[in-house]
Design a protein around this ligand. Structure first.
Ligand code: DX5
Ligand code: ZN
Length: 220
């Protein structure tokens, strides 16, 4: 089994103490920083944008896993590359020419991710699976942290695994939303490679230990 990765979502951090929270993640066993960019159009919420990403990049060497919940993301691909994004994930539902978006992300030297909403079938990615470095399966409706996990996600992971192996692809599966110590083992068993956790990490009494616990359970 490949090593399973933990990506704390900074959406749940304390923005008044952002540097402190970044340092906490730096010193923890976290593998990636998950950064949620929301535009108030694709999702009914606005998070943060370029200046905040720039500040995060300045304070960490861990990979920046940027999740764009914005319409027409092609407009900003070059800018996110300049800001230091390592993985850039666009939503299937926000891209009219998904294949073109994926090529544009890779041309900037980043890994290309595709996120799908809970209602979007993984089968829609069959024809581009070999072009995708990572599929982010939303296990809540995008826009907010702290929501409860949608159980149908397990079925989607299993089907996605089949599609990936049928095509001899090396695409990673990332799960985002409602991840806790209660579901991380089952998710990992089902085939998840990367687990995003926001509230469960940052609202914990000891976030560093919580990251360690999630990582241990995911790599049971
Ligand atoms: C939701 C975001 C998630 C969010 C997860 O739209 O994509 O990354 O921060 O938060 P939790 O772990 O609290 O569900
Ligand atoms: Zn996210």
């Amino acid at each position: 089994m490949n090593k399973k990765l933990i990506a704390p979502s900074l959406l749940a951090a304390d923005f008044g103490n952002l540097q402190r929270d970044i340092e906490m993640v730096n010193k923890s066993e976290a593998d990636w920083f998950h950064i949620d960019i929301m535009d108030g159009v694709f999702v009914p919420n606005i998070s943060y944008g370029m200046p905040v990403l720039k500040a995060i990049a300045k304070h960490t060497d861990k990979p920046l896993d940027v999740h764009l919940m914005i319409v027409d993301p092609d407009r900003y691909i070059k800018e996110f590359a300049k800001l230091g994004a390592d993985i850039l994930t666009v939503h299937y539902e926000a891209c009219t020419h998904l294949h073109r978006s994926l090529q544009a992300i890779k041309a900037e030297g980043m890994k290309a991710g595709v996120a799908i909403n809970p209602h979007t079938s993984v089968d829609l990615l069959k024809d581009v699976i070999n072009d995708i470095d990572l599929v982010l399966v939303m296990s809540v409706n995008p826009g907010f942290g702290g929501q409860s996990f949608i159980e149908n996600t397990y079925k989607k992971i299993k089907r996605l695994k089949e599609i990936i192996s049928m095509n001899n692809a090396s695409t990673l599966i990332e799960i985002d939303g409602g991840v806790t110590d209660q579901n991380v083992k089952k998710l990992s068993k089902a085939g998840a490679d990367v687990l995003v956790a926001g509230s469960f990490v940052f609202k914990a009494q000891n976030p560093t230990e919580t990251i360690e616990t999630l990582k241990k359970i995911a790599n049971f």
